[in-house]
Design a binder for this molecule. Structure first.
Ligand SMILES: NC(=O)c1ccc[n+]([C@@H]2O[C@H](COP(=O)([O-])OP(=O)(O)OC[C@H]3O[C@@H](n4cnc5c(N)ncnc54)[C@H](O)[C@@H]3O)[C@@H](O)[C@H]2O)c1
Length: 309
């Protein structure tokens, strides 16, 4: 019998699942079962040809686990399903690697925390930007500098999505959590990791396809601009799709659009090395996003401290 770690994967037919399947292969573990809502015959055949069982629910996968002892379940389902699915896995003492965001509220994150305490299993999340070479270099540069004034930072993330993006679960705040949970979470996480805790913030714009937020960290004043551009509108205008990620720090630009290929594998490796990102790691960005969204709902208030940005 193989002594490889055994994995199950939820949301196996989605966009991000192949990165997880590749990571499971790359760490020399074994994917033994997958679940999604509805496999067609060809998809079933494809998985079965690799000795991977297919299921239509987590409950079926848990029953399979009772005979085949899964070590981990990787969760790649829509954001609003994560909390409940994580808790079910933890209740069955199966370790979990869940895509971001672990939860869409502080309350749900607390439920996960409690569930982990009562389980012999652990929960880890994917925060792959922390492994991006340009971000690592940037952090080294910033943390080694002596600071007289706060860094002035502009973070731009622009991407393109077709209408199917907005008509799917991502197009509703109830299911995706909104643009900050969907996209901003990666950037909030690395900004706090590099520039320290958030002291103050001001939300200028927050919609499903645009976020424009000023944030004051311990070591920086940051303007975050996230834009999800419509593929159809760009086509109408004869424009190419846009994908762009950059930091401008005190006038100097660091572009990091590429370099994402192996970051899921790196994330899995770090979990096996005992250095995976935990609920506590995830809670910083989730808590901050929840605060920003609450503030925006109340009606954004002017914060003079950011006046000079
Ligand atoms: N780390 C990253 O950079 C990154 C990038 C993209 C997506 N994500 C995250 O990955 C997750 C999945 O995103 P995606 O883009 O692959 O979405 P997707 O819609 O392409 O895939 C989700 C899959 O889950 C399936 N599904 C829905 N309900 C299910 C259930 N109850 N049980 C099993 N399967 C179910 C859907 O049928 C679909 O195949 C999201 O949480 C998203 O935020 C992370």
């Amino acid at each position: 019998m193989s002594n490889k770690l055994k994995f199950g994967l939820l949301g196996a037919l989605g966009y991000i699942a192949p990165r997880h399947i590749q990571a499971i292969n790359n760490i020399n573990a074994e994917l033994i079962c997958v679940s999604d809502l509805d496999f067609n015959l060809a998809q079933q055949k494809e998985f079965h040809s690799k000795n991977v069982e297919t299921f239509n629910s987590l409950e079926e996968m848990i029953k399979y686990h009772q005979q085949h002892s899964l070590d981990y379940i990787s969760i790649c389902t829509p954001n609003h399903l994560h909390t409940e699915q994580i808790i079910t896995c933890l209740e069955n003492n199966i370790n979990v690697i869940c895509e971001k965001p672990l939860a869409l509220s502080i309350k749900d994150l607390d439920k996960i925390r409690k569930s982990e305490l009562g389980s012999s299993a652990s929960i880890f999340t994917i925060m792959q930007l922390r492994f991006h070479e340009s971000i690592i270099q940037l952090k080294e540069k910033i943390t080694s500098q002596s600071l007289e004034e706060k860094n002035e930072v502009i973070l731009i993330y622009a991407t393109t999505r077709g209408s199917e993006f907005f008509s799917s679960w991502r197009g509703s705040e109830n299911t995706s959590g909104g643009i900050l949970f969907e996209f901003g979470i990666h950037y909030l996480d690395i900004l706090m990791d590099i520039f320290g805790q958030v002291i103050n913030f001001n939300v200028n714009k927050l919609s499903l396809n645009q976020a424009n937020v000023l944030i004051e960290h311990e070591n920086a004043k940051v303007l975050i601009m996230i834009n999800v551009l419509s593929k159809e509108k760009l086509e109408e205008m004869g424009q190419e799709e846009v994908l762009y990620r950059s930091f401008t720090i005190n006038g100097e630009e660091f572009e990091f659009t590429g370099g994402f290929q192996d970051l899921h594998t790196r994330s899995y490796e770090s979990i096996l090395e005992g250095k995976g990102f935990t609920v506590e790691d995830a809670s910083k960005s989730i808590t901050q996003i929840s605060k920003i969204m609450d503030e925006f709902e109340k009606g954004s208030t002017y914060k003079p401290i950011l006046n000079n940005l």
